[in-house]
Ligand binder design. Structure first.
Ligand code: NAD
Length: 338
């Protein structure tokens, strides 16, 4: 049976990643698009032969010809759109960051639980082939339990946007859910939770607008402690030259190291150092968005399929807000204290 999708928000992620990925999956059909900018929705609809477009999220959520919605609008719009979709019984794939506040983040989870609809958060870094390979190596006991994790994840918003760059965009506005912590920190924290099968319980952070005149962090360093006692050091920046963009995991028995694994492209590298030898671990160049969509479809068919649920997403969001509070107060902050 074909699963019918509606998409809310038709910006860069949808145009460049989601539509190219979903249009190659046989069992799915995108039947409607919605954007507050009608021209954008119509242009994409024409490109992919999609017959319906909307400018009101309520109308796409009420569309009976849709089983699932993918919400890829700015984070400040997510809660109301998740609620509208949930109240109409749709399965929901919601983009990160879930919302600009912890209160709205929790409300997203609550409304989906109340309406008993599937909610998955698009924590795409979990679905990168490099990170799937790292998970396999850890699960196989390759280096034992990693006790120290390092992440470096930078991109340059001014370079990517080029001449169209403006600070008047959601990624650089606090009330719309912007800032490096929410934009990419959430991927880093979730990946640590996923790979170590644990949870960050305390953070100490420096987090500032160091390069742009904005009211959110563009550069952050977070030191984190997991419930297991393992520790992590996470450096993120959204207006820096691209860095190693990888994760390193260390134990007394070895190390697993990735490069370019935080990437929109399936191009990462994974290597390990065990028993005095370096080894490369080749990865298949499979698009993470394809893997993410296939996982969501599996979860639609079988709600027992585990993945980045709303509760899993909230845990990573909690770390972001704890880091913000740590930066403001100059104190380490327990995620349970928010
Ligand atoms: N999973 C990932 O790795 C990943 C990567 C990129 C972006 N994202 C997320 O996807 C979302 C969109 O990002 P983007 O880069 O496409 O942004 P974008 O600015 O390119 O596009 C946003 C689109 O939403 C539309 N829009 C604005 N307000 C809206 C509303 N209230 N309802 C519906 N549409 C609205 C805009 O007109 C625009 O077309 C964000 O939450 C972002 O963090 C996730």
């Amino acid at each position: 049976m074909t699963i019918k999708f509606g998409i809310i928000g038709t910006g860069e992620i949808v145009k460049n990643r989601f539509m190219p990925a979903i249009s190659l999956i046989d069992e799915v059909q995108v039947t409607a698009l919605m954007d507050v900018d009608e021209k954008r929705a119509k242009a994409l609809a024409t490109e992919y032969g999609i017959s319906k477009t909307y400018t009101d999220p309520q109308h796409i959520c009420e569309d009976k010809n849709i089983d699932a919605v993918y919400i890829a609008s700015p984070p400040n719009a997510h809660f109301s759109q998740v609620r509208q979709a949930a109240e109409n019984g749709k399965a929901i794939l919601c983009e990160k960051p879930m919302a600009p506040t912890l209160l709205e983040t929790r409300a997203i989870v609550d409304v989906c639980e109340k309406e008993d609809v599937l909610l998955m958060i698009a924590l795409t870094s979990r679905f990168a082939q490099s990170h799937i390979k790292v998970k396999e190596l850890i699960q196989a006991g390759y280096i034992g339990e990693p006790v120290l994790v390092k992440i470096e994840y930078f991109y340059s918003i001014t370079t990517i946007d080029g001449p169209s760059f403006t600070i008047n965009q959601f990624r650089l506005q606090k009330n719309r859910g912007g800032g490096a912590l929410l934009d990419i920190g959430v991927h880093a924290f979730d990946l640590i939770h996923y790979l170590l099968d644990g949870e960050i319980v305390e953070v100490c952070a420096y987090s500032s607008p160091l390069t742009l005149p904005v009211d959110v962090d563009d550069t952050s360093v977070v030191i984190a402690r997991l419930a297991s006692g393992s520790i992590a050091n996470i450096s993120i920046g959204i207006n820096l030259v691209e860095g190693k963009n990888g994760i390193d995991l260390y134990s007394p028995y070895g190390a697993i190291i990735t490069e370019k694994s935080f990437s929109q492209e399936p191009t990462g590298h994974v290597k390990s150092f065990v028993a005095g030898k370096w080894m490369e671990h080749p990865i298949e160049p499979i698009d993470a968005y394809r893997t993410e969509i296939l996982h969501f479809l599996d979860a639609m068919r079988d709600r027992n399929v585990l993945g980045p649920s709303g509760n899993v997403g909230e845990k990573a969001m909690r770390v972001c807000f704890a880091a913000m509070k740590s930066n403001e107060t100059g104190q380490c902050v327990a995620t349970s204290d928010l």
